[in-house]
Design a protein around this ligand. Structure first.
Ligand code: NAD
Length: 333
């Protein structure tokens, strides 16, 4: 299948490599509002730089991959659906739940697959945990704990346009809870600014704990920090009625040093580009499976809306200091 890429930034480059790596997909064009970024990527992959209009009007292009800035996603999904392209779009669909709900309707009516980039679903550790849970290997899942700490905070200029920690960073963890446990009934959020006072001055938190309560009593906790001195910390623990499942960090190497001073091992892989490189490749192949073989899309626009709704509920919960019913957030959107 022929693919065109929108956005030649950090994640666009990763996706370009995944498209090239799958023998069933062929990267043919790139577009970016920064001409230089598009030209550099085009040169690396020997492809054409084309305008968005040319790409959308070209019937030989089967699919578009949207890896441009967040504020372009909703518009580009709508244009892509209208042009009858299969669409892979990076998270989030939009920062507004109302807008994302409209996109979900449009995506649902499309005859072609529309997939949202929740890459962690494809991480072999988390995918293995889900498979074991679904197979009942630890009985019934009762309690879930998701830990997600970044190595260091992004620049405050990024924080200001990010939509805040819950929509920008925790969105992946909300999706992980939805992936493993489904959608909860209530969301209770706590947040502090402990890493960088400038993040607080920009109106955001950098340290956060959220508790999700499910209608049947199951519980999930998510812990986020914008800083972990030892690197990118990405773990999931699931307690079931017959045991526990743990997905641990992937580390830089497997050397373990044991001396009189103690026992030490390598740090976790530095950040998302290192930790999730395999997941991005598997994710892309799952999209190709959907387009070429008609398999179900493993992360849909509905999943994108669900994660955003949880983030909205967390924002409201933090503002009002109370648990928020998800149904209330959906009704008001
Ligand atoms: N799933 C993940 O792990 C993951 C990781 C990083 C980023 N993302 C998401 O991917 C998106 C891009 O993030 P990034 O870190 O690569 O940002 P980036 O700033 O490095 O790249 C974005 C690129 O999009 C270009 N762009 C902006 N408007 C455009 C338009 N209308 N058409 C074409 N190109 C346009 C910019 O010029 C820039 O080159 C964001 O929405 C982000 O949330 C997801």
């Amino acid at each position: 299948m022929k693919v065109a890429l929108f956005g030649a930034g950090r994640i666009g480059k990763v996706h370009a490599a995944s498209i090239k790596a799958d023998p069933r997909s062929d990267l043919v064009a790139v577009t970016d509002v920064m001409a230089e970024a598009a030209e550099r990527l085009a040169e690396v992959h020997g492809i054409a730089v084309r305008s968005p209009e040319e790409i959308l009007a070209d019937p030989s292009i089967d699919a578009i991959l949207i890896a441009s800035s967040t504020n372009t996603h909703a518009d580009l999904i709508e244009k892509g659906v209208a042009a009858k392209k299969a669409i892979f779009c990076e998270k989030p669909i939009d920062l507004s739940l109302e807008r994302a709900l409209k996109v979900r309707e449009i995506a649902a009516a499309s005859s072609r697959p529309v997939m949202i980039g929740f890459n962690r679903r494809f991480d072999p550790n988390f995918a293995g945990l889900k498979a074991a849970l679904d197979a009942g290997e630890v009985g019934t899942g009762e309690m879930l704990a998701v830990t997600s700490y970044d190595p260091a905070p992004p620049p405050v200029a990024y924080i200001k346009v990010s939509g805040g920690l819950y929509r920008d960073m925790m969105i992946h963890d909300f999706d992980m809870c939805a992936f493993l446990f489904g959608m909860p009934k209530t969301v209770m959020a706590h947040g502090s600014c402990l890493v960088d006072p400038a993040i607080g001055e920009a109106g955001d938190v950098d340290t956060a704990v959220v508790v999700l309560t499910y209608a049947d009593g199951r519980l999930a906790t998510i812990r986020n920090s914008r800083r972990a001195a030892f690197g990118y910390d990405q773990r999931v623990e699931l307690l079931g009625s017959d045991g526990m499942l743990e997905a641990r960090n992937e580390i830089e190497n497997t050397l373990v040093k044991s001396t009189a001073a103690g026992v030490s091992s390598a740090k976790p892989l530095f950040f998302f580009l290192e930790r999730y490189m395999r997941a991005y490749q598997i994710e892309w192949s799952a999209f190709v499976d959907a387009v070429v073989d008609g398999k179900p899309v493993p992360a849909s626009a509905e999943d994108g809306v669900n994660a955003l709704a949880l983030a909205e509920a967390a924002n409201l919960s933090l503002r009002e200091g109370r648990p928020v019913e998800l149904a209330q957030v959906m009704a008001e959107a």
